[in-house]
Design a protein around this ligand. Structure first.
Ligand SMILES: Cc1ncc(COP(=O)(O)O)c(C=O)c1O
Length: 398
């Protein structure tokens, strides 16, 4: 997308994920064991999708059905299929609520596991799904790829599944990282992993630092970033260094055995998790208050313990809003516009409605109150220009 939309005067770069400050490479280590992993049996991977495949193997789910939400990214579905299991979908409404009756109706003789996704830090019904899993004698996989550091007020998300899956690079300024946490004794050993290519790790780290520079230094940072990127791409082209992409839509079996980079763990251990949670909550609440009455909020409050990954903004015309915000430098993301091809859109109209209408507005820990004020103003202007017909009350009811 970069460069496609003309960036307007007074635009500022607002990255969609947190960026790396150089000082984070050297600061003091705060925690040897990161929450929510303290004390658990945890294995680390280059990406969370690798952890999903490994979870299916160790829970012996191959050949069976896994009940998955119709509202999904797509790569987690690919990972389950790559592990030899059959994804079968259940209903989720446009407000991200699991239809538990529908889920229970779909449990059958071939069901081996229930798969719960906690969306953007907001807790899903883990307690009830744990009960259902126990009742029917199947496993529960809790996908917290979008919910690192979030709790349900009492427990960390990811505490109730037989296993839970985490992604680090969406919430922390790290170049890669996924985790698999076992909450029950596991049968079998985890596969041996190989180190990720050093060039990839360094290039992702540099790219995050350059984004940070551009975010803070404006036009000068932008010029510097462009020049360094050109140089780095030239080096990669000449030397034909292997590059492994992060954040793609598809599972690549060639990269399934890649482990996490030590640099990721080192940066992660230097973060103040409490500050991250507090900052994300503050930023989210600013948007909730400032956008009140202009766009319907998916959640009208922020429960204690929730660490929001982004602000889910409900819009009628996603492409128009995305283009406008991109022109102001705000990296809003089209949240899950596409469904996995094995999921029938006609059978799941509510999940499809969420796909058509929700985009992500950044509220991460790099963003100060003044920046959030500016973002809120820009989102309001964009909403007024692109969404003159929006009636927040009507949207909530479909
Ligand atoms: C719900 C969910 N699970 C798993 C993943 C896979 O994460 P990763 O990119 O670390 O493989 C994603 C990626 O976006 C996701 O949204």
């Amino acid at each position: 997308m970069e460069g496609e939309v003309p960036v307007m005067k007074n635009a500022r770069l607002i990255p969609d994920t947190p960026t790396l400050y150089p000082s984070m490479l050297l600061g003091r280590t705060r925690a040897q064991r990161l929450p929510p992993f303290a004390g658990g049996d945890v294995h680390w991977y280059f990406l969370a999708r690798n952890a999903i495949v490994e979870a299916c193997r160790l829970l012996d789910l191959g050949g069976g059905e896994i009940l998955m939400p119709a509202y999904h990214h797509g790569v987690e579905v690919e990972a389950v299929a790559a592990a030899g299991a059959l994804p079968v979908f259940y209903q989720v409404d446009a407000h991200w609520q699991v239809d538990l009756a529908d889920l229970e109706r779909r449990i059958g003789p071939n069901t081996r596991a229930l798969y719960l996704i906690h969306y953007a830090g907001f807790p899903g019904p883990a307690v009830r799904m744990r009960q259902l899993a126990n009742e029917y004698g199947v496993s529960l996989i809790e996908d917290c790829a979008l919910s690192l550091l979030s709790t349900d007020g009492t427990f960390d998300l990811g505490a109730r599944g037989d296993v839970s899956i985490f992604c680090l690079y969406k919430s922390l300024p790290v170049p890669n990282g996924g985790a698999l946490k076992f909450n029950k004794p596991r049968h079998g050993t985890c596969k041996k992993l190989r180190s990720p290519p050093m060039a990839t790790v360094l290039s992702l780290t540099l790219s995050s630092m350059l984004l940070n520079l551009e975010m803070r230094a404006g036009a000068v940072g932008s010029l510097l970033r462009a020049a360094i990127r050109r140089l780095a791409h030239g080096v990669v082209d000449i030397t034909r260094i292997e590059r492994v992409a992060v954040g793609t839509m598809h599972f690549n079996p060639e990269h399934a055995d890649l482990g996490i980079s030590p640099l990721t763990l080192s940066i992660a251990r230097r973060q103040s998790m409490d500050t991250i949670v507090a900052t994300r909550r503050r930023n989210y609440l600013m948007l909730l208050e400032r956008l009140d009455g202009l766009s319907p909020s998916l959640f009208d409050r922020l429960d204690p313990g929730v660490c929001p990954l982004f602000y889910p903004l409900w819009v009628n015309d996603k492409p128009a809003m995305l283009k406008r915000l991109e022109g102001r430098g705000i990296r809003a993301i089209d949240f899950w516009g596409e469904h996995h091809p094995s999921c029938d859109p006609v059978e799941f109209p509510e999940a499809m409605r969420a796909r058509r209408h929700i985009l992500e507005i950044p509220c991460h820990q790099d963003l100060s109150p003044a920046t959030m004020d500016w973002i809120a103003d820009e989102v309001k202007l964009a909403l007024r220009a692109s969404e003159p017909e929006m009636d927040p009350a009507a949207v909530a009811h479909g």
